[in-house]
Write a protein that binds this ligand. Structure first.
Ligand code: BMA
Length: 357
């Protein structure tokens, strides 16, 4: 039996979060923890929605076009769902995202959700950091609190709507408030104190609970710049809320990237052990992948030293030139990606068995 400690923020392993969680969601968490025994899952953001030279086709994916299989993890973004419209900030219909999440579940894979939501105080986008009082204005007692609860309700309604034809609620990993250690989002470094950031998380979690969202796991995902476990945990909302620990880290300079990844993963492995949580590289990549052997000579060597559950690369934008992180047919790293795909430890969707049972 798992003892239940309901105290917020304590760092021991037996803290059980959402006790009403669906069996499939509980199983997903257990399987994420065990995943490193088998290998790590490969993920790609917006994988089946669009790619280089195509947009909105059915049953298409740049990753699949290169290696013959879908990524084990697909992530999608809920930005603009808070506005009540039909399309995301990247111009994708939410109905299409829902359909792809269900399709990914039916083929045995996993989906994750990020949220580049607008600034609720200024009405501008997620990158508007002109006002440092936004978080204070949406937590309990703040001027925009009620409005913001409505925004969380829109997220809750979407996650609740993820159901298969037979009525199974599809589990997803929700990763809001990411890269909060950077200075580019309104919930970032200067946007809130540790207490306010934790309150933001707790409010998010509580509202989804109140709206009966029990098919969700939660990921904590700062930037990779931390130097100690304590720094990683500076704004950590607590073991009773968070299910998976990750970080985001991109390559600009190869040597620096390898060093940064090694350091970030060394610490993350320790924190994951101490808190009994699965760990993952929640975003990474090398924009345009100009290195023809990047997958097997840079990414693989560094990540295979650590017990990660998944690694995810960012999107292949069709509307922004030179903004892609996965290969497409003919791309310079495509052959190397196939080598990466064939390694026994890299898991794609066909390698997964029973992620939900
Ligand atoms: C960013 C970029 C943006 C995009 C956002 C949300 O990193 O890719 O173009 O709008 O993610 O997907």
């Amino acid at each position: 039996m798992v003892p239940l400690y309901s105290q917020a923020g304590n760092a021991r392993s037996e803290v059980l979060s959402d006790s009403l969680r669906t069996p499939q969601t509980q199983n997903l968490l257990a399987n994420l923890k065990k995943m490193p025994e088998q290998g790590f899952m490969f993920g790609h953001h917006d994988d089946p929605l669009y790619g280089i030279g195509w947009d909105g086709d059915e049953n298409r994916s740049d990753v699949k076009s290169v290696c013959g299989d879908y990524p084990a993890v697909m992530s999608f973004d809920l930005g603009h769902i808070e506005l009540g419209g039909d399309k995301s900030l990247d111009n994708v219909p939410f109905n299409r995202i829902r359909k792809e999440i269900i399709a990914q579940y039916n083929r045995g894979g996993m989906s994750a959700l990020s949220w580049h939501l607008d600034n609720p105080a200024t009405g501008k986008d997620a990158w508007d950091v002109s006002d440092t009082t936004v978080v204070a204005s949406i937590v309990s007692g703040g001027l925009n609190h009620e409005k913001f609860l409505g925004w969380l309700d829109a997220v809750a309604a979407f996650i609740n709507s993820l159901q298969t034809e037979s009525g199974v609620k599809v589990p997803v990993l929700f990763r809001p408030w990411h890269e909060h250690t950077g200075s580019w989002f309104w919930w970032g470094e200067k946007g809130c104190t540790p207490e306010q950031y934790k309150a933001l998380w707790r409010m998010t979690y509580n509202r989804l609970q109140e709206r009966n969202v029990h098919n969700v796991l939660y990921a904590y995902s700062p930037g990779s710049g931390y130097a100690t476990c304590a720094e990683y945990l500076e704004k950590y909302p607590g073991d009773d809320i968070i299910d998976l620990l990750g970080f985001d880290c991109y390559q600009f300079d190869r040597e620096q990237y390898i060093q940064q990844m090694d350091k970030a993963l060394t610490i993350l492995e320790q924190v994951g052990r101490a808190h009994n949580k699965p760990i993952a590289i929640t975003e990474t990549g090398f924009e345009t992948i100009p290195d023809s052997v990047w997958w097997t000579q840079t990414l693989l060597p560094v990540i295979s030293r650590y017990p990660i559950s998944y690694v995810l690369v960012w999107r292949n934008a069709r509307e922004r030139k030179n903004h892609y992180y996965a290969p497409y047919p003919g791309q310079v790293s495509a052959t190397d990606f196939v080598r990466f795909y064939k390694m026994p430890q890299t898991l794609f969707v066909k390698d997964l068995k029973h992620l939900y049972d």
